[in-house]
Design a protein around this ligand. Structure first.
Ligand code: 1OR
Length: 764
């Protein structure tokens, strides 16, 4: 029996180190032993019921380097294992990528995974699992679950006769063992998605929001069949279940009073702004889990977060070329069908893993200020006959009914966590903050004029990049001219990991490797392992992270072939960002009095709906007596506004950031004014209809927002009062944060002290 374990330090044998991540890369670099682990327990987990995996609680602390390594790579190519019953083979690979957290660059990877080929006695049994840890001790929880779940499953008396029962029991036992272990799982835990292949049957057991997906060929087209159903409050059955157990289910915006908590329906495409519904105890702002089942999480368990898995079984046949298990880091931005489509493009499952991880990583950085940990296992099913496949996998489900409603892909997604395609409010805030003290950027006078063909190539390269969305044609022209063309020779190091240099790049031609060194002490010449490759055809921009977040370079980039790059300096990069219309519109919208209570998501939607209009010197923007049906916000130039009626003859000169016509937004009767451009003028404009489409009826929105704020204020007062009765303080402002006790995805519980008395108390 062979066993491949991510983050497993206990193994004896390490894999053949002579491979890069992608087979077709010219990599001569050997991955470091510390992060490629192939555990060959050749023999068995069977006779001794798994004791050979025997892990004591003390083993769970991983060696520092292993936990901090940024990728776990397959040791040598993909692995192959035979399934005698059915006469086919499984060809698989895996990849686990540590997340990128600008504020905690060495945060450990909390995901783990395992593959046991010949799981137990039966050569037809093979086991695959992905575990996604969360909370402060998430890495320890996912390690614990990985090891103990396998042992418990194998040990179970029903493992051979009744896998479903064995699975149920193994999950619950593992959960109890974790509670009793030395790992603090009060506010930490792990999800688990596992597939046991037994001959031609897949047994899938799941807790949480990681996912297993099977590819099925229907009428010549590869279709994604979900083998598990994410257990999140997006699912009505799960949401109702946890509410019955006492959970409050609210998004962060709802919790903070920025949206109505009465709205208990989430997941519509238009209202997904990266703020999923979460679980909260009745009287506190914790634990905030976005899933409804997990292993560990004792605090969340009290409000219904259980470790009972949903177990389903599926018969596979020749119409099923592969299946995939992956942590939610993959499915945050990619749908199951996207993942199936991407795997289908690669013969080698290693390449499929690398492509999906690279794409997930790119999408995370596009929409968020960080990436999640990302783990994927791709298993190709080779050699199964295409017989008896007039029914698809879902209807081949054995035994009882599926434990969840199978997804109907011909219908719009319901009750499923939607794959997100919105830039998060956090990301917008981070960009805004990074530009806050930026002095106005003046494009350099010496610019390289580009041909139309060059401009088209630059624009094409930047099209998918959020940073360059919403530029006006004039700004595009400035941008083209700021890029500098550079020719490079093979072997040239463009970016060195850890350096603090100053350029952003686009690939015009040639191939460029991305390399990551795992060890701070690695020698200068040793750039580490190849993790990706850029060409002009696949997302051809790099070097944005250091410039956006003011951090050292996260990876090295080296030319593989001769090539041409377009290079943009830091000043121009940041200058152009600050010129991005949406962001400056956002800043100005915030200052509009009637919009003051809108939350950031509402303002972003509004900013997206603005249209740009310009007027020549002397143009009449609004004429006395005519209806003013548009709200104008000035971007550039001046406008003389003359009010009529009570304010007769009062002329007001408006400049950048000023506005008029705001009564239009509130649906008030039109006022009479004359507005005339002084010099050339650029404005943003929005009509009431467009505004209502974007955020709803403004009066209502404002009223809702106000009510919620009042509610929050009174809640805070109540909280202060409670603290008062504990004779601590009557004002939260008197408290000083001392130390974090627990951290979850979205909240912290910690120790505070009274500023005056230094009296320590716990505050939830
Ligand atoms: P930078 O300014 O940090 C190096 O300079 C650039 O390499 C970086 O911006 C990205 O544009 C690009 N991790 C970090 N940076 C990456 C990665 C990467 N891939 C490309 N870049 N990883 C690849 C994930 C699939 C993680 C590797 C461990």
């Amino acid at each position: 029996m062979g066993c491949v374990c991510g983050k497993d330090s206990s193994s004896g044998a390490f894999g053949n180190a002579n491979s890069g991540l992608l087979a077709n890369f010219n990599s001569s670099k050997a991955p470091k032993e510390d992060f490629v682990m192939v555990d060959d327990l050749s023999g068995d987990l069977s006779d001794d019921g798994g004791d050979k995996l025997g892990v004591s609680d003390a083993d769970i602390g991983l060696p520092r380097l292993a936990r901090l390594s940024s990728q776990y790579l397959p040791a040598s190519g993909c692995k192959i294992t035979q399934v005698p019953d059915g006469n086919f083979e499984l060809r698989f690979s895996f990849l686990s990528q540590r997340g990128y957290y600008p504020e905690a660059l060495d945060k450990a990877n909390q995901d783990s995974f395992c593959v046991h080929t010949h799981f137990g006695k039966n050569p037809n049994d093979h086991f695959f699992g992905v575990f996604d840890g969360h909370g402060e001790f998430g890495a320890e929880c996912s390690q614990f679950a990985k090891k103990h779940l396998c042992e418990n499953l194998l040990k179970h008396g029903c493992f051979t006769a009744d896998v479903v029962q064995a699975y149920q029991s193994a999950f619950i036992t593992t959960n109890l063992q974790l509670h009793r272990s030395q790992v603090d799982d009060s506010m930490s835990g792990t999800t688990a998605i596992t597939v046991l292949v037994r001959g031609k049957t897949l047994y899938v057991a799941n807790v949480g929001d990681s996912r297993a997906v099977l590819a099925e060929r229907i009428n010549g087209k590869l279709t994604a069949v979900d083998l598990s159903s994410d257990q999140t409050p997006f699912r009505t059955d799960e949401c109702e279940r946890v509410k019955t157990c006492g959970a409050r289910v609210l998004t962060l915006d709802q919790l903070e009073g920025l949206k109505s908590p009465a709205l208990q329906c989430w997941g519509g495409e238009e209202d997904d702004d990266g703020d999923p519904p979460r679980l909260w105890v009745a009287n506190g702002m914790y634990p905030g889990t976005a899933f409804t089942r997990s292993i560990g999480d004792t605090v969340a368990e009290r409000i219904g977060v259980i470790a009972v898995p949903e177990v389903a079984s599926f018969e596979i046949n020749g119409t099923h070329p592969f299946f995939v298990l992956a942590s939610d880091g993959v499915f945050e931005f990619l749908s199951s069908q996207d993942v199936v489509d991407m795997v289908a493009k690669h013969k080698d499952p290693r390449d499929a893993c690398a492509a999906i991880v690279a794409e997930s990583y790119r999408l995370w950085l596009q929409y968020e200020t960080r990436t999640d940990d990302i783990t994927i296992i791709v298993v190709n099913i080779d050699g199964l006959e295409e017989e008896n496949h007039n029914q698809n996998a879902v209807f081949h489900c054995k035994g009882a009914e599926l434990p969840f409603k199978p997804r109907d892909y011909s219908e719009p997604a319901e009750q499923v966590r939607p794959a997100s395609h919105e830039v998060s409010a956090a990301k917008l805030r981070a960009i805004e903050a990074s530009l806050e003290h930026q002095t106005e950027w003046v494009p350099p006078s010496e610019q390289q004029i580009k041909t139309d063909e060059e401009k088209a190539r630059i624009k094409h390269a930047l099209q998918g990049n959020f940073l360059f969305h919403n530029l006006t044609e004039k700004q595009w022209e400035t941008l083209y001219n700021c890029f500098e063309k550079v020719q490079v020779q093979p072997g040239k190091i463009i970016i060195r990991q850890g350096a603090e240099d100053d350029h952003f790049y686009i690939v015009e031609s040639g191939k460029f490797d991305v390399l990551v060194a795992q060890d701070e002490n690695q020698s200068e010449d040793d750039l580490g392992t190849i993790v990706n490759q850029y060409t002009a055809y696949n997302s051809p921009c790099f070097g944005e992270l250091a410039l956006m977040y003011n951090k050292p370079r996260q990876a090295s980039i080296r030319a593989v072939t001769e090539g041409t790059l377009w290079m943009l300096g830091r000043e121009a990069f940041r200058g152009l960002l600050s010129m991005n219309t949406r962001r400056s519109a956002l800043k100005h919208l915030r200052a509009v009095e009637v919009l003051a209570t809108l939350n950031i998501a509402q303002l972003v939607r509004l900013a997206d709906s603005l249209s740009e209009v310009s007027f020549r010197d002397g143009a009449v923007i609004a004429q006395k007596g005519a209806e003013v049906s548009t709200f104008y916000l000035l971007r550039k130039g001046f406008v003389d506004v003359k009010h009529h009626g009570a304010l007769e003859n009062l002329t007001d000169r408006k400049g950048e950031g000023d506005y008029f016509g705001e009564w239009v937004l509130r649906g008030e009767p039109s006022r009479s004014l004359t507005a005339v451009a002084v010099g050339d003028v650029e404005c943003w404009a929005i009509s009431r209809e467009t505004l209502e489409k974007a955020v709803g009826q403004l009066d209502r929105v404002i009223e809702d927002n106000m009510k919620l704020r009042e509610k929050i204020l009174s809640l805070r007062k109540q909280q202060s009062a409670k603290l008062d009765t504990l004779s601590i303080t009557s004002d939260l402002g008197d408290l000083e944060w001392q130390e974090t006790v627990y951290t979850t995805d979205c909240c912290e519980v910690g120790l505070v002290s009274l500023k005056k008395t230094e009296q320590d108390r716990f505050l939830a």
